[in-house]
Design a binder for this molecule. Structure first.
Ligand code: SF4
Length: 228
């Protein structure tokens, strides 16, 4: 196989996934920007399906960042208990909304830097908000993204910040956000952590792992996903 540049690999991967998964929506259900922020915080080490079961009652009780900011953490804990790590998550949600109210006029901020200044929010969530709420070029580096882009041959590292930089250079900025949503779908359905179904994969023709399955086993340990 001819060695591809990352830009060539990016173009091929974007097109293949677009054809395979024409819809590219976030699987977390939300109506308002702060709801996506909270749902994403809840999804750490929990499935999106579980989060979607929990959030309707939560968002019914607390309708605005101001209401979350004024909430008793123990009451939030009760509503999110089944998502796991609920004490930390409840504290972060209330503190995050206090910061939104105190520092950003009650609006979810619109830059990576400001978003990552919120308690409990890292670059992954900040990128998700930038892409899905503000429709800016974004690269959401989660475990699916790390695993699949490594197998495809974009990189052989695990540092999320460096991977984001590599993918930002490789991908069309207009496509990168949807590309990452599609990687999640592909990671759940085909390129699973333990046993990727390579023979039925839409990207096998240019995937380094498919060409040589042993290639990454030493440099990049198999990553387990929170929703597998
Ligand atoms: S060919 Fe296999 S390893 Fe490569 S992206 Fe597809 S499922 Fe994943």
């Amino acid at each position: 196989m001819k060695e591809l540049t990352n830009k060539e690999r990016g173009r091929l991967a974007v097109e293949a996934l677009k054809e395979e998964y024409p819809g590219a929506v976030c699987s977390l259900i939300y109506k308002k920007p702060h709801e996506l922020l909270i749902a994403t915080r809840l999804s750490a080490q929990c499935t999106d399906a579980r989060v979607n079961i929990v959030t309707p009652a939560l968002f019914e009780k607390y309708k605005t960042p101001e209401e979350f900011a004024a909430a008793d953490v123990a009451d939030v804990e009760e509503l999110i208990k089944s998502c796991g790590l609920y004490k930390t998550k409840a504290r972060d949600i209330v503190l995050m909304c206090r910061s939104i109210c105190d520092n950003f006029g009650g609006e979810v901020p619109d830059t990576i830097e400001k978003l990552t200044s919120l308690p409990g929010i890292g670059r992954k969530t900040a990128n998700l908000i930038m892409g899905d709420v503000y429709h800016q070029p974004a690269v959401v580096v989660d475990t699916h993204c790390i695993r699949i882009t490594s197998r495809l041959g974009f990189h052989d590292i695990r540092d999320a910040v460096k991977i984001e930089k590599i993918l930002r250079s490789a991908l069309d900025p207009n496509e990168s956000n949807d590309f990452c949503h599609r990687l999640v779908l592909h990671g759940r359905a085909v390129c699973t952590a333990r046993s990727p179904k390579c023979s039925e994969c839409c990207m096998k023709d240019f995937c380094k792992y498919f060409e040589n399955p042993g290639i990454h086993t030493g440099a990049v340990p198999v990553l387990l996903d929170r929703d597998e």
